[in-house]
Design a protein around this ligand. Structure first.
Ligand code: ATP
Ligand code: SF4
Length: 293
């Protein structure tokens, strides 16, 4: 018989659970989660992505799924699949809002209840990786997810920072949070580490550099790599957004639907950040391969 301490059965067929955290907002946590998911899928893994940023959910847009809604099955909420191959699915509060512009202004208990539902009532099925994208800082959402995952043995957390001292200072708080709640730190990623010129692929370090690597050394945690700002990645997301909007309009008008033809998984292969993330994903696979949940 299941007891209160048993891990949620919704997570029982998930091999690895990895959280993505950052101390500061806007450092690119959702972009990192998205690209990590795409890289893991390209390497043959099945991936689910849970967005617990309840006040600023950006994953539906990142994955071109803004017009999608969640379906309820007899077993619970069915996440949204990005394509017919069913290798990548996403769950976000963004799919539950009536209007994309609706804001979520909730106190702690309501947020905790929502996160509990996201962990327990989603039909994730069999997955190699569940990536959990969190809001910045160490807020109600973080405490709730730590409580919900207490018995589910998550593999650990990836911390995202930008190179500047102000961002790395905030990541220190995140490191201390991970230690308090028992999340292993799988590594630090330094995002927005230089600017990739779209013309010649030269990387200019417009901010300082090396803050993420220094932090990793100081705290004796793995450094997973530096990710430059790539304007092509922003264009890719915009292009996908336009394709998804056109598809939603066709649906609305009742035009025969054959999909937008845009596959983020395929298109991402053309992005200069793709090989960088392939290496980051390989390191995460290596560090989690012997962990059994
Ligand atoms: N390496 C990158 N190259 C190009 N654009 C990037 C990169 N990283 C992030 N961005 C862009 O910066 C913006 C903010 O990124 P993102 O939404 O991922 O940040 P976040 O840390 O998740 O924000 P929030 O604080 O809202 O959770 C987005 O428009 C994203 O496309
Ligand atoms: S990096 Fe090279 S190609 Fe890019 S803007 Fe500068 S000079 Fe021009």
């Amino acid at each position: 018989m299941a007891t209160a301490n048993d891990p949620p059965s919704s997570l029982s067929k998930i091999r690895h659970i990895v959280l993505v955290l950052s101390g500061k907002g806007g450092v690119g946590k959702s972009s990192i989660t998205t690209q990590l998911a795409l890289s893991l899928v390209q390497q043959g893994h099945s991936v689910g992505v849970l967005d617990i940023d309840l006040t600023g959910p950006s994953l539906p847009r990142m994955f071109g799924l803004e017009s999608k809604k969640i379906h309820q099955s007899s077993k619970g909420w069915v996440p949204v699949y990005t394509d017919a191959s069913k290798r990548l699915c996403v769950m976000s509060i963004g799919f539950l809002l009536k209007d994309r512009g609706d804001s979520v202004v909730w106190r702690g208990p309501k947020k905790s209840a929502m996160i509990r539902q996201f962990v327990r009532d989603v039909v994730w099925g069999e997955l190699d990786y569940l990536l959990i994208d969190t809001p910045p800082g160490t807020s109600d959402e973080h405490i709730s997810i730590a409580e919900q995952l207490r018995d589910a043995k998550p593999d650990g957390a990836v911390l995202v920072t930008t190179p500047q001292a102000v961002a790395t200072a905030d990541v220190r708080k995140e490191l201390s949070f991970c230690r308090k709640v028992g999340f292993e730190v799988l590594g630090v990623v330094e995002n927005m580490s230089g600017f990739l010129c779209p013309h010649c692929a030269e990387c200019s370090h417009i901010f300082s550099k090396g803050g993420g690597e220094d932090l990793a050394k100081q705290y004796d945690v793995p450094y997973l790599g530096a990710v430059p700002i790539d304007p092509q990645f922003v264009l890719l997301i915009e292009e996908q957004h336009a394709a998804a909007a056109a598809e939603a309009t066709r649906d609305h008008e009742g035009t025969a639907r054959n999909g937008s033809g845009f596959s983020l998984i395929e298109m991402y292969k053309t992005c200069k950040l793709c090989p960088i993330f392939a290496k980051i994903a390989e390191q995460i696979v290596e560090s989690t391969k012997d962990k059994i949940r």
